[in-house]
Structure formats: C-alpha cells, structure tokens
Design a protein around this ligand. Sequence first.
Ligand code: NAI
Length: 333
Amino acid sequence: MHIQFFSTQPYDKLSFEKHNEQFRYQLSFLEIPLNKKTVNIIADDCAAVCVFVNDKVCAETIAYLAVKGIKLIALRCAGFNNVDIHAAKAAGIHVCRVPAYSPEAVAEHAVAMLLTLNRKTHKAYNRVREQNFALNGLLGFDLHGKTVGVIGTGNIGAAFSKIMLGFGCKVLAFDLIANKDLEALGVTYLPLLEVLQQAQVISLHCPLNEQTHHLINADTLAIMQQGATLINTSRGGLIDTQAVIQALKKGKLAYLGIDVYEQEEKLFFKDLSGDIIADDVIQRLMSFPNVLVTAHQAFFTQEALTQIALTTLGSVQSVLEKHNLTPRAALLV
Ligand code: NAI
C-alpha cells in the first residue's frame, strides 16, 4: 500500500518511518503542499494521501484525487477545515484525522504562551543575557484569582480548563455542548458574549468553520474587558487580525499570544530568516512587545508525534485493509 505525504517536514519522515515498521506500508514524502496545482504529482499506485494543516484539499483537488484512484485522505492533525468534506463524500473518498493525539500538548502550549506574556519571561531571558538585571518593565500579574474564558471545551479546551482551575482561576466557558465533567470540576458555562465580557484572559479552542470565522472581531473585542489577554492556539481564521491590531494599539488587548495566523501557510513551517517578508500584517503583529507569536508548534511534542503516526497508519489499516469504517472518531467520511 503506497501512501503519499505532502508538506513533509524532517520530523514527520523520522516519526512515520519509525512507526511504519509495524505496518510496512510504502511511504513517500513530498515537501510541497497538496493543492490543485500540485495534485497531479501523485503516483499512479497511491491508495492514500497524508496531509497537514495548510494543504488545501478543495473540491477541485478532490476531483483529481478521485481520478487518481485515491481512497483515503488521512489528515495527520485534528482540525479539518482545509478539506472539503462534502466533496470527498461525493467522490467516495474517505477522510480521517487524528482527533486527540495529545490535547495536553496544545493546552500546555497555550498555558506556556499565557505565562510568557503575563510574567514577561521572553523579555527577562534577553535582558539577563545582556547583564541587565533590573526589573523595571517586567511587572506581571497573578493568574490566581483571575477569570479565564475558554471558547470550545472539547479535548484541548477541557485540558486547558483543568490547568487553569489548578492555577486557582475562575473558569467560564462557551461551547455548543456543555461538558458535565468540567461543570462538576467548577467550570461555568455562559453565552459567548458573557464569557467575553467577564473574562480577563480568553483562550480559543473551537474549530474554524462558518460559525466561528472571525469570532474575535471589532464588535466582540469592543465588549471585552480593557486590558484583556487573548490566546489563540486553534486556527488563525477565528481572529480578524486587523481588528486585533487596532485593539492592541488602543490597549483594549494588553497581551496577545497566537500559535496560528490567518495567512500562515505562506510563512509557518519554513525558515525565512534570509528573506524579506511581504506580509505587513504579521510584521506589525511581531513589532508589538506584548504579542507572542509561535509558528503552529502547540502540537509539537514527542508524545504527540508518536500518536499522530500510530493513529494515522492505524486508520489507513482499518479503512483500506480491514474495510472497518467503525472508528467513527477518526473517520470524518
Ligand atoms: P474537539 O473537536 O475535541 O473540540 C472542539 C470543541 O469546540 C467541541 O467541544 C465543539 O462542541 C466546540 N465547538 C464547535 N463549534 C463551536 C462554536 N461555534 N462555538 C464554540 N464551541 C464550538 O477539538 P480539539 O481537539 O479540542 O481541537 C480544537 C481545535 O484546536 C482544532 O479544531 C484545531 O483547529 C486546533 N488545534 C491546533 C493545534 C496546534 O498545534 N495549534 C493542534 C491541534 C488542534
């Protein structure tokens, strides 16, 4: 069985080759992304393609995948906003993802961003290296006792909420479905606008879809507390970046931590240190001292990479070899 990988990084290759020893599939790795311009590169004997967050698996791409005889699109990530699920279903191509490889990895990264921002450890690191041991400008704030708003309490949002409860925060949440276990632990579910109004720290953990696109915009920013902190480790499109820049300029947002960005596919996962970056929006964001940008690394732990490889290859085996379509959690179509 031949699986063609797109958007491959060296660590993907290492991890999948290691864990493929028990599956013995033929894996071939391409660095280029999958989209309608690159889809024709797929080898004729491929049964599945394995894609990541910035591959664009639109209806046109899927039509060509069907012509090539592809039976499965395997996302090696949790989010699936970049795949046209309806087009895949119509073409008779299965789609699977890795729903919960390590929710803690992403939740802990969101907390790491929050702690960096509220205690300014990124500044302290550089300052001490310059032998500047003064504290002026490093004044932080306690998380203990603060109200934290969590938008989306699925696997990652739940893990994040539990950590915040452990810090002694009051946790308010918004989701389409309340999680009874979280409620029992002390999380209070409220309508979205009330969560945004009451929280000093807001962390986004819902998927990107038509309902959540630009969930954080000029109107929702206006109702947030003056000096709020916003963390986004979910998907860039949840935030209207221009509106957030205005909110940062006015001090409405005191801190912003983003691991994802609307236009990230041209930047993230690449070393552009020798290039001129044409994207003025990310340049403006990176110029704020109270903004922390990481390049979609929240998932990036050893434990997560192992689970991603094992679950993805396991799904290929279930769907294409055993014709077992029961692993509903992983199978989207
Ligand atoms: P999940 O599917 O377990 O949870 C998503 C939650 O969002 C569910 O409880 C769902 O009911 C809720 N939701 C759906 N629509 C909503 C809406 N309109 N408003 C509020 N809540 C809504 O997903 P999981 O594993 O927790 O992942 C969340 C997101 O995190 C993914 O969609 C993905 O975009 C992102 N992610 C980012 C990673 C990174 O490395 N930065 C890695 C993995 C996931």
